[in-house]
Write a protein that binds this ligand. Structure first.
Ligand code: FE2
Length: 296
C-alpha cells in the first residue's frame, strides 16, 4: 500500500449549542477585533451570539449573496481593513464562507466558520468569486478555517429544498472521494462514514426540520464531506456541476442532485473498489436519491 496523507489543518468544535464557544475560540486565536460575515436573514438569528461577543464585534458585514460576487467579496476585504479587524468570523454556508476566504487570502487574518449548512467548504482550500458570469476559483491551504464550529441548532434555518440539495452536494463529495485522484485509505474512512451519516440524517431533516438529532447527523456528514474534498479531490461529477453552474446559473446543490447518479454510473466499471464500498451503503443512497426525486 502506498499513499500520502496530510491532515486538514482545522480545529472542529461540534455539538448542539457549540456556537456559544465562539468567543472562547476567537480569543484562542488571539482575535480582538472581529468582523462577522453573514446574510441579512442570519443577523436576526444570531443576536444571542452577538450579545455574548459584546464589544469584540467591530463590524457586521451582512451582504453575503449566492456564488460570492466579486464586488461583495472585495467590499468585505475593504471593510475589514478600514475597521482594523484582526479576525473574520463567518456564520453561514458556502457563499458566505467565500467572503471569509477572500479576506483571509488577502490579509492572512485567521478565519473562523460557524457552519450553518453541511457544504464542507470551511475545510477546503478552494476559494472563488463570481466575476461577471464566470466563477473564478483558486486553491490555497491558508484559506482553510482555523476553527470550524458545527452547531446543528443553527442549521434548522435551512428549508427542506436547501437541506435536500445541499445534502446531495455533501453526499457527492463523499462518493467522489472514493475514486478521486488523490484518495487514500484515510479519506476512504471519512467518505464511508460521511455517506452513512448523510443518508441516515437527510430524510428525517427534510421531513422534520426541527429534529436536532437528524440535523446533527447531516452536519457531521457535511463536515466529513469537506475533509473528503481536501484529502481526495474532486472528479467528473463536480467538474460537470461547475460547468452547469457557471454557464447556466444552476445552483450547486441542484446540479449535484441531478448529476450524481449518472456520474456514479459512468465510473462504475472504472472504479470497482469504490463501488464495493458504495454497495454497502447502496440501499440508503438509492433511498435518499429516490426521496429527493419524489420531493421535486
Ligand atoms: Fe460541491
Amino acid at each position: 500500500m502506498q499513499f500520502e496523507y496530510t491532515p486538514v489543518p482545522s480545529k472542529a468544535v461540534f455539538g448542539k449549542n457549540s456556537t456559544m464557544k465562539l468567543r472562547e475560540e476567537v480569543e484562542a486565536l488571539g482575535g480582538t477585533r472581529v468582523m462577522i460575515a453573514c446574510t441579512k436573514n442570519m443577523v436576526a438569528r444570531i443576536s444571542h451570539i452577538l450579545d455574548d461577543m459584546g464589544d469584540m464585534v467591530v463590524s457586521i458585514y451582512d451582504k453575503a449573496e449566492a456564488h460570492c460576487p466579486e464586488h461583495i467579496a472585495l467590499g468585505a476585504v475593504k471593510e475589514f481593513n478600514d475597521t482594523n479587524c484582526d479576525i473574520v468570523v463567518v456564520i453561514g454556508g458556502g457563499s458566505t464562507i467565500g467572503i471569509g476566504k477572500a479576506i483571509t487570502l488577502r490579509t492572512d487574518a485567521p478565519l473562523i466558520v460557524v457552519a450553518t449548512t453541511p457544504c464542507g467548504s470551511e475545510s477546503t482550500p478552494i476559494h472563488g468569486m463570481l466575476i461577471g458570469n464566470k466563477k473564478k476559483t483558486g486553491r490555497d491551504r491558508k484559506v482553510i478555517a482555523r476553527t470550524s464550529i458545527y452547531d446543528p441548532v443553527l442549521t434548522t434555518s435551512m428549508n427542506a429544498h436547501l437541506t435536500g440539495t445541499i445534502g446531495m452536494n455533501s453526499l457527492a463529495h463523499c462518493i467522489e472521494a472514493l475514486y478521486a485522484q488523490v484518495k487514500s485509505p484515510v479519506s476512504d474512512i471519512m467518505a464511508v462514514e460521511g455517506i452513512k451519516a448523510l443518508t441516515q440524517g437527510l430524510p428525517e431533516s427534510i421531513k422534520s426540520p426541527d429534529n436536532l438529532d437528524a440535523r446533527e447527523q447531516v452536519l457531521y456528514g457535511g463536515m466529513l464531506s469537506g475533509y473528503c474534498v481536501t484529502l481526495a479531490g474532486i472528479a467528473i461529477h463536480h467538474k460537470l456541476c461547475h460547468v452547469l453552474g457557471g454557464h447556466h446559473g444552476i445552483p450547486h446543490g441542484e446540479s449535484n442532485s441531478v448529476v450524481l447518479p449518472y456520474a456514479v454510473a459512468y465510473n462504475e466499471s472504472a472504479a470497482p473498489e469504490a463501488m464495493k464500498k458504495l454497495e454497502m451503503q447502496w440501499e440508503q443512497i438509492v433511498h435518499q436519491v429516490a426521496f429527493m426525486i419524489s420531493r421535486q
